[in-house]
Design a protein around this ligand. Structure first.
Ligand code: PLP
Length: 431
């Protein structure tokens, strides 16, 4: 499988090179040169396959022979060592719970896959690397957990000071060893810009073997398509058309869903659900894409003003807005709508949504037609956003033991200004 850059000015590379480089040399995003269709027998027999087998079939299409089959099987098995259940919330509406991994958010899946793939490629070359990643909340924790104590890999995580929850902060600042958390005096967009600048600095990139673990790295992106197939597997009545609602920020989760669709998964439409950061909603309604500074919301893992995977969404539709519009429907929701939704759904069904899942649920409710099955992605455990959620439902929620254990640990972070010079200084000191 070859990967090309969305900017079209870098040579095509194999899976290994795309993973090791993260961003292409021309600053574009790598994208598969073709998306293989899975066989009709795969879909016909999907209910008889176990999750590892499904994930392996999907992964193999993108990895080709660059990882031996046995090793790839082992990798997907380790990645999916927790359940991804499709839970009925009400008539025709199901929640795909992606939050049963170690950091209680869907990003565990991509991070765990990437860590294992990267370790394989580095081992082969006897090389080391530095993962540089910006986080708007959950990415950092998932990456830290996925890469913790992995031989030959350092991890540097940039997060916006004061703009993520206490729990999220603890999930990235309490590790030690090879995990370094940098508290940036700025917004998430500043963090993301800094990461892009660091990658564009060829000296820095070479000196530390920089690679990315944001959803821009295809090794994080592609495994996220596994669970769209796992959702389909669990739908009881497959004769009805179904739609999927994706709570969206950088659009990595959505892109993975679109890739699953291109591989033959019969998704009728995708709902692109956002919070007040409505750049993509506006684009879907008008055809005009205008990035803008992000605003703070209660669904803060989606506080993104310039979604990094937008270029990939355009690649999937060959830059044809009419085709985009046919498949994607955008809705955005305010903080008060999110909180009301969490309250109402809890009262009506006893199901506890998190603020991100609430956006997806509301988008689904608006879009779902009589004859359709609706699935929304529940991307985080509600306990990760316990303040918002308990305030909404009017009672405290149970915090899982794994979270409590992290909350009591001591934060260790390095303060840093959003400038490349400052970042360089930190690199020289800690790496
Ligand atoms: C990152 C994140 C999102 C947004 O996913 P993208 O792939 O960036 O669109 C949604 N919900 C949660 C809980 C997240 O952590």
């Amino acid at each position: 499988m070859l990967y090309y850059s969305s900017n079209g000015k870098s040579p095509k590379v194999g899976f290994e090179e795309a993973v090791l480089q993260g961003l292409a040399p021309d600053n574009g995003l790598y994208f598969p040169a073709s998306i293989p269709k899975l066989s009709t027998s795969f879909f016909r027999t999907i209910e008889e396959l176990n999750p590892d087998e499904i994930a392996f079939q999907v992964a193999k299409q993108f990895v080709g022979d660059e990882i031996p089959e046995e090793r790839l099987k082992q990798i997907v098995k380790e990645v999916l060592n927790f359940s991804i259940p499709l839970v009925k919330v009400e008539k025709d509406i199901y929640s795909l719970e992606l939050f049963h991994g170690p950091t209680l958010a869907f990003k565990d899946i991509g991070a765990r896959f990437m860590a294992r793939v990267l370790r394989f490629f580095l081992e082969k070359k006897s090389k080391s690397a530095t993962i540089l990643v910006a986080t708007s909340g959950d990415t950092g924790g998932a990456v830290a957990s996925g890469f913790y104590d992995v031989e030959g890999i350092n991890v540097v995580i940039l997060y916006p000071s004061g703009k993520i929850s206490m729990t999220q902060e603890k999930q990235l600042t309490t590790w030690g060893k090879n995990i370094h958390a940098l508290e940036i005096d700025g917004t998430f967009d500043d963090c993301q810009k800094l990461v892009k600048e660091a990658f564009a600095d060829s000296e820095l990139k070479a000196k530390y073997g920089l690679t990315s673990a944001n959803s821009i790295n295809i090794a994080r992106l592609l495994p996220q398509s596994f669970y769209y197939f796992l959702a389909y597997q669990q739908i009881k009545d497959k004769s009805k058309p179904f739609i999927v609602s994706v709570p969206s920020g950088n659009l990595g989760n959505l892109t993975a869903g679109l890739i699953a669709w291109q591989m033959g998964l019969p998704v009728n439409r995708f709902v692109v659900a956002s919070n007040s950061n409505d750049v993509i909603t506006k684009y879907l309604h008008t055809g005009l894409f205008e990035s803008k500074p992000s605003v703070l919301t209660v669904a803060n893992a989606m506080d993104v003003g310039n979604p990094s995977n937008f270029a990939r969404v355009l690649e999937i539709f060959n830059h044809n807005y009419d085709r985009v519009k046919d498949k994607l429907i955008g809705y955005s929701f305010s903080d008060s709508e999110i909180k009301n939704c969490i309250a109402e759904v809890y009262q009506k069904t006893k199901y506890t949504l998190d603020p991100h899942g609430a956006c997806a649920y509301m988008g689904l409710k608006k879009e779902l037609k009589e004859s359709e099955t609706g699935i929304f992605l529940e991307t985080a455990h509600p306990a990760k956003f316990s303040e918002t959620v308990s305030e909404s439902i009017g009672q405290s929620i149970t915090i899982p033991d794994s979270l409590n254990a992290i909350i009591v640990k001591k934060k260790t972070a390095i303060q840093c200004m959003p400038s490349l010079d400052d970042l360089r200084g930190v690199f020289n000191k800690v790496l």
